[in-house]
Write a protein that binds this ligand. Structure first.
Ligand code: C5P
Length: 220
């Protein structure tokens, strides 16, 4: 008795948005606060895991008891994550931007009077979860999130397969739910075992429950 269930285990967690530069002063971003990812990193550490949190730009503090690496773009996040592999656990919570600007300008883009705005040329960003899920140094347990505004369950199931994940935490982030940027979350846990619906909980409670579930499902 007394031993923490994740003592001697390692974990990598991603959190927050990514920022994809357009020019030195502008970027593409999203409304992720980092609250859920940071809470999960803290909860895993509380159960004894050695946790590295790779965070995009957020305004919340680094969690205690966790090593936090700060990055800006999806490419930087991928590099910071793969540098940590292999770990026992990977939880990819970050709201990674799907696209980046192909070549961000070295100087601030100026508006040209009388001319139409220059179009932004976009390229697809690397998929960090998918890379980790299919990696030669794949963690023993790979968990992804699915932020959806419709067909939450079906999209979550499809994501399990495609991303090579063991578990998908699916949530409805429609504006009326207040999940994105808020303090509460209502999630469905999707795995090969089936689907488990959790009630509306504080993000800290979701994190605590998820850390306990991870401890129970983690292979030796
Ligand atoms: O495909 P979608 O973005 O909905 O998948 C969400 C899951 O994939 C989340 O766990 C997210 O952290 C991860 N993801 C990622 N890299 C991307 C896009 C999503 O790690 N470029």
């Amino acid at each position: 008795a007394g031993a923490k269930p994740l003592e001697g285990r390692t974990a990598i967690v991603t959190s927050g948005p990514t920022h994809e530069p357009i020019d030195p002063v502008r970027y593409i971003a999203n409304r992720s606060s980092g609250r859920q990812g940071h809470a999960i990193a803290a909860a895993l550490a509380k159960l004894g895991a050695k946790v590295t949190l790779v965070s995009g730009p957020v305004t919340i503090p680094d969690p205690a008891g966790v090593t936090t690496v700060h990055v800006e773009t999806a490419s930087e996040m991928l590099e910071a994550v793969t540098a940590q592999l292999p770990t026992d656990i990977a939880v990819m919570v970050a709201a990674v931007a799907d696209w980046r600007v192909v070549s961000s300008a070295d100087q601030k883009i100026k508006k040209q009077p009388g001319e139409a705005p220059a179009p932004l040329q976009l390229a697809e960003n690397p998929d960090i979860l998918k890379t980790v899920g299919h990696h030669a140094r794949r963690p023993k347990l790979v968990i992804g999130f699915a932020a959806e505004t419709q067909n939450v369950e079906a999209n979550g199931r499809a994501k399990l397969e495609r991303k090579g994940a063991d578990m998908i935490v699916a949530n409805d982030v429609s504006p009326e739910t207040g999940v994105m940027g808020g303090n509460r979350n209502r999630v469905k846990i999707i795995s090969a075992k089936g689907i488990d619906e959790w009630p509306d909980l504080a993000k800290d409670e979701v994190a605590g429950r998820l850390a306990a579930l991870i401890a129970s499902r983690l292979p030796n």
